[in-house]
Design a protein around this ligand. Structure first.
Ligand SMILES: [Zn+2]
Length: 178
């Protein structure tokens, strides 16, 4: 009779090796928010205040003062913030495009589509924020919208960052003006 080690423990050890050698897979943590009055803006602002290195934004309509301020605050902390907006934001009299560009945030207009309708933020290559929620006061206080905040999701964040870069490729820098 073989010693206990060879009969039971060694096979168990061998079985456990492939599991331990498998590449680590991230476990995304997902939070859902709904408007009106469901904390969408607060969730976005909170995520922006926690940003450490990069924030990539794609937005259709962007008029939310709290979100714009949180982006500027991140920019001032030397977080690399870059924003792509729909062409409709160019024609608004004093739009968030003007505000962000005047604050020194690289801001671009994507005019290559009928509408650039994405509402996305990619934070620190780890977090994706997306949904129907526009970065506007109306979306927070009046509209029926949804928002997902997906944390600890580097693979997903990389896909969204890649898509962001593809749109950047045909976008034009928005010039700050007073
Ligand atoms: Zn585009």
């Amino acid at each position: 009779m073989k010693p206990l080690f060879f009969r039971f423990l060694l096979p168990l050890l061998l079985l456990s090796i492939p599991l331990e050698a498998a590449p680590s897979v991230s476990n995304p943590v997902v939070s859902a928010y709904f408007s009106p009055n469901g904390g969408c803006t607060d969730a976005i602002v909170g995520a922006l205040y926690a940003a450490k290195s990069t924030v990539l934004v794609q937005a259709y309509s962007f008029t939310s003062a709290p979100i714009a301020k949180a982006l500027v605050e991140a920019h001032k902390r030397h977080v690399d913030v870059q924003v792509i907006l729909d062409k409709s934001q160019k024609s608004e009299r004093y739009s968030s495009a003007t505000f962000l560009a005047n604050e020194g945030i690289p801001t671009y207009i994507d005019a290559a589509h009928k509408i650039a309708h994405n509402k996305v933020m990619v934070i620190d290559g780890q977090t994706v924020i997306t949904g129907s929620f526009n970065f506007t006061k109306a979306a927070d206080s009046g509209n029926a919208e949804n928002l997902l905040v997906i944390n600890n999701a580097p693979e997903l964040a990389a896909r969204y960052a890649q898509n962001w870069k593809e749109h950047l490729g045909h976008s034009e820098a928005y010039q700050a003006r007073n």
